[in-house]
Design a protein around this ligand. Structure first.
Ligand code: NDP
Ligand code: OXD
Length: 306
């Protein structure tokens, strides 16, 4: 069995070593143009040339949960696209969202500013009931985040494409329930995949529907947010601020106003990192199952784009 690695943002050697250890019978190599046909591939944003040369691949294992970089490419219909299914990301995502939520709710950004000014001052306690958290996307990551937020006793709402039942979460589904979901939400967390339906979904119209003093936590993709709509909403007082981990261009250009806005926190697409050991264990297990014609989780439905 031949497995290729084709992931521009990842250093290949440790991945090759880990997959060779997990599947000793397989030949695991970095793909280069003209290489012989392979059976499987581990990829992150591969070039179209790779897919054009390797139409016989049985499956492409994406080294992330989001497959938006892959779904833009021409991929042979028989090649399955398989995304990472948690693989250690959901707990990281819960940590990230919790810290952003609590930093905002408890006004720790304000305390940091006070500390820098040598000022000892208290802020009035705020009520969790006044900070309902709405999670867009109730998949692997969204559900884990919902669980973590509930533990801190915030009201939690969720929104998905198809109806979902998640314990302790007031669930909404589909476009017809989107505005009601927004109207109940004060802290909005985006954990949607980036698809034709969700691109630009965080915009002046939708963000204006949040409860007064709304706060945005975007940990999904930069393409979800219409970036030029955000600062006017914050400066007019409609939104209290935003924590952004993802951007239309990564990194954003140095002139981008998000870097310097006092109510916007910027992190470098790091909310949930791909963990090598967990990912390789998951991918190797799935290859073994596919070789035995057994079903696997995480196969992308090209018609939905996730
Ligand atoms: P899943 O596929 O498990 O979940 C996606 C969720 O979004 C599902 O609940 C799905 O609905 C919902 N959804 C999809 N399309 C729509 C729509 N049009 N309207 C309403 N709901 C919709 O994905 P994950 O939870 O694993 O990952 C989510 C995203 O997080 C990734 O696609 C990626 O972009 C991002 N991510 C970011 C990282 C970071 O470090 N910043 C790291 C990892 C991922 P339904 O339940 O009906 O299918
Ligand atoms: C992912 C990511 O999709 O890292 O996994 O953003």
């Amino acid at each position: 069995m031949k497995i290729y690695f084709c992931g521009a943002d990842f250093k290949p050697e440790p991945w090759l070593a880990a997959l060779r250890a997990a599947l000793p019978q397989a030949s695991v190599e970095v793909w280069s143009p003209g290489a012989p046909p392979g059976d499987y591939a581990m990829v992150w944003a591969p070039p179209q040339a790779f897919l054009d040369e390797q139409p016989q691949l049985k499956a492409l294992f994406n080294l992330g949960a989001g497959v938006d970089a892959l779904t833009q490419l021409r991929i042979a219909p028989a090649t399955k696209i398989v995304r990472l299914d948690d693989a250690g990301m959901s707990v990281q995502m819960a940590e990230y969202v919790l810290q952003a939520l609590i930093r905002h709710f408890r006004e720790f950004d304000g305390y940091e500013a006070d500390m820098a000014a040598g000022q000892w001052s208290f802020r009035k306690p705020r009520l969790r009931a006044d900070f309902p958290v709405g999670i867009m996307g109730l998949g692997v990551l969204g559900q884990r985040v919902a669980r973590a937020v509930q533990q801190f006793e915030f009201p939690v709402m969720g929104w998905s494409r198809s109806p979902r039942q998640v314990e302790g979460v007031r669930c909404h589904a589909g476009v017809q329930e989107f505005d009601a979901f927004l109207a109940e939400t004060r802290v909005l967390v985006c954990l949607l995949p980036l698809t034709d339906e969700t691109r630009g979904i965080l915009n002046r119209r939708t963000l204006s529907r949040l409860r007064p003093g709304g706060y945005l936590i975007n940990v999904a993709r930069g393409g979800h947010l219409v970036e030029e709509d955000l600062i006017p909403l914050i400066d007019s007082g409609q939104l209290a601020g935003a924590a952004l981990d993802v951007f239309q261009q990564e990194p954003p250009p140095t002139s981008h106003p998000f870097w310097r806005h006092p109510r916007i926190t910027v992190t470098p697409h790091t909310a949930a990192r791909t963990l090598r050991d967990e990912s390789v264990t998951q991918i190797a297990g799935k290859i073994q199952r596919l070789e035995q014609d057994l079903p696997i989780a995480g196969i992308v439905d090209p018609s939905k784009g996730y």
